[in-house]
Design a protein around this ligand. Structure first.
Ligand SMILES: NC(=O)c1ccc[n+]([C@@H]2O[C@H](COP(=O)([O-])OP(=O)(O)OC[C@H]3O[C@@H](n4cnc5c(N)ncnc54)[C@H](O)[C@@H]3O)[C@@H](O)[C@H]2O)c1
Length: 248
C-alpha cells in the first residue's frame, strides 16, 4: 500500500506511534522514527518488525523548533525523499478542574500537544507544498468533546483539529492531504495518567458504547490508510476511532 514511501512518525518509540511504525513498515514504507529518548528508540528499533533496514531512529524533541528543523533535514538526507508524516507525539496532563490547573502544566501540555504538532507541520508543509504529500495528526476524542479535568489536553487536541483543517484547505491545491485521527481510550502508557488520577480502566471503557479500551493497532491501521493513496479524496477529516464515544 505504501511501497517506496518515506514517512515520519513522531513519538514513534511507544504506544500508538510504535504500532503505526510497524504497520507502515509492513505496508512497504520506510519510517523515520522520531522520539525523545535514545534508549527507547534503540529498544523500538530492536523489535523484529522495525529491523527491516527501512527504519531509522532520530532524537527529536518536537517542542524545540531547531531540533524539529534539524530532524527534518537529517531525515531527508537519510532517505533522500519524504512522502508523509504522522504527527503523533503527545503527553497527558494532570487531572484537575480548569481553575486548579497550574500555568506550568498548561504550558507543558500545549507545548507538546499543540505547538509541537504545528512545528512539525511547518517543516513538513515547506517541503510537501513543492512535492505533494500526506499528513496525519494524532488528535483525540478530546479534540471533539470535553474530557473533565483535562482542559489543557482538550484545548490542545481541539487545536490540532484546527491546524489539520487549516492546512487541508491551504494546501489542497498543492497536492497535500491533511487529516487527523481522534482515538478514544487506547491501551498505552499515556492512560496511566488517568488511572493515577483514580479513573480506573472500567470507567474509561464505559465511556464508549462498545464498552472497551482500544488497542494501538486499531489506530495504526486507520493512519496507514489515511497516509496511502487509498484515501486520495480525503482531506480535512477528523476521524473518530473511539468505539462510539463521540457519537453519543
Ligand atoms: N492512549 C490513548 O488513550 C490516546 C487517546 C487519544 C489520543 N492519544 C494520543 O496518541 C498520541 C500517542 O500517545 P500514546 O497513547 O501512544 O502514548 P505513549 O506515551 O505510549 O507515546 C507517546 C510518545 O511520544 C513521545 N513524546 C512525548 N513528548 C515528546 C516530545 N516533546 N518530542 C518527541 N516525542 C515525544 C514519548 O516519548 C512517547 O514515545 C498522543 O498524541 C496522545 O495524545 C492517545
Amino acid at each position: 500500500m505504501l511501497e517506496d514511501k518515506v514517512i515520519i512518525v513522531t513519538g514513534g518509540a511507544s504506544g500508538i506511534g510504535l504500532a503505526t511504525s510497524k504497520h507502515l513498515l509492513a505496508s512497504g514504507a520506510s519510517v523515520a522514527l522520531w522520539d525523545l529518548d535514545p534508549e527507547q528508540i534503540e529498544q523500538a528499533m530492536q523489535c523484529a518488525s522495525l529491523s527491516t533496514g527501512r527504519c531509522r531512529g532520530f532524537i527529536v524533541d518536537v517542542t524545540d523548533a531547531r531540533q524539529v528543523e534539524a530532524g527534518f533535514n537529517d531525515t531527508l538526507d537519510a532517505f533522500g525523499s519524504l512522502d508523509g508524516a504522522f504527527n503523533n507525539a503527545g503527553i497527558g496532563s494532570a487531572t484537575l478542574p480548569l481553575a486548579d490547573t497550574s500555568e506550568e502544566d498548561f504550558d507543558r501540555v500545549v507545548a507538546v500537544d499543540l505547538k509541537g504538532v504545528w512545528l512539525c507541520m511547518k517543516q513538513e508543509l515547506l517541503h510537501f507544498r513543492n512535492h505533494g504529500g500526506a499528513i496525519v495528526n494524532n488528535a483525540s476524542v478530546a479534540g471533539l468533546v470535553a474530557l473533565p479535568g483535562q482542559c489543557a489536553y482538550v484545548a490542545s487536541k481541539h487545536g490540532v483539529i484546527g491546524l489539520t483543517k487549516s492546512a487541508a484547505v491551504e494546501y489542497a491545491n498543492a497536492g497535500v492531504r491533511v487529516n487527523a485521527v481522534c482515538p478514544g481510550a487506547v491501551r498505552t502508557p499515556i492512560i496511566g495518567h488517568l488511572e493515577d488520577a483514580g479513573i480506573d480502566e472500567n470507567a474509561l471503557a464505559e465511556m464508549a458504547p462498545m464498552a472497551r479500551i482500544g488497542c494501538p493497532d486499531e489506530i495504526a491501521k486507520a493512519v496507514v490508510w489515511l497516509l496511502s493513496d487509498e484515501a486520495s479524496f480525503v482531506t480535512g477529516e477528523a476521524m473518530s476511532i473511539d468505539g462510539g464515544w463521540s457519537a453519543q
